[in-house]
Design a protein around this ligand. Structure first.
Ligand SMILES: [Cu+2]
Length: 126
């Protein structure tokens, strides 16, 4: 086995072990939002679930959208991926394709029944 192959395997293994399930809890405008990834994050398609609460009660009548993006870097253009969430078992489910490792910024936007739009900004590491 040559060194390059070995390095590739070590890198992939480390990457796999190092990947995390995301669980972010954020307070915003008297709402609480819990964002979780279904599995450890991977390069490629990732399923996320956002749970929304107001005064401890689950909110299921909001419209939720997500945008994940990575700013332009040397040798890499700006990247983004958006999805509109679907309500599944009381949680807002969406899919995001993370096309490379690194830090991804995300915006989670939800429109509550009163028509107000709320935006959460955070980031994940892959
Ligand atoms: Cu990048």
């Amino acid at each position: 086995m040559n060194l390059l192959k070995l390095l590739t395997i070590v890198t992939l293994t480390f990457g796999f072990l190092n990947a995390e399930v995301i669980s972010h809890k954020v307070q915003k405008d008297s709402y609480e939002i819990v964002l979780k990834s279904e599995k450890s994050l991977v390069i490629g398609d990732n399923i996320f679930f956002a749970s929304l609460y107001k005064d401890g009660v689950v909110v299921t009548n909001a419209k939720v959208k997500a945008k994940f993006f990575m700013p332009e870097m040397p040798g890499m253009p700006y990247m983004e991926f958006k999805d509109k969430a679907k309500l599944v078992d009381g949680k807002y489910k969406f899919m995001i394709n993370l096309s490379m490792g690194g830090t991804w910024q995300y915006h989670l936007m939800f429109k509550s029944a009163d028509g107000k739009v709320h935006k959460i900004r955070s980031s994940i590491n892959l």
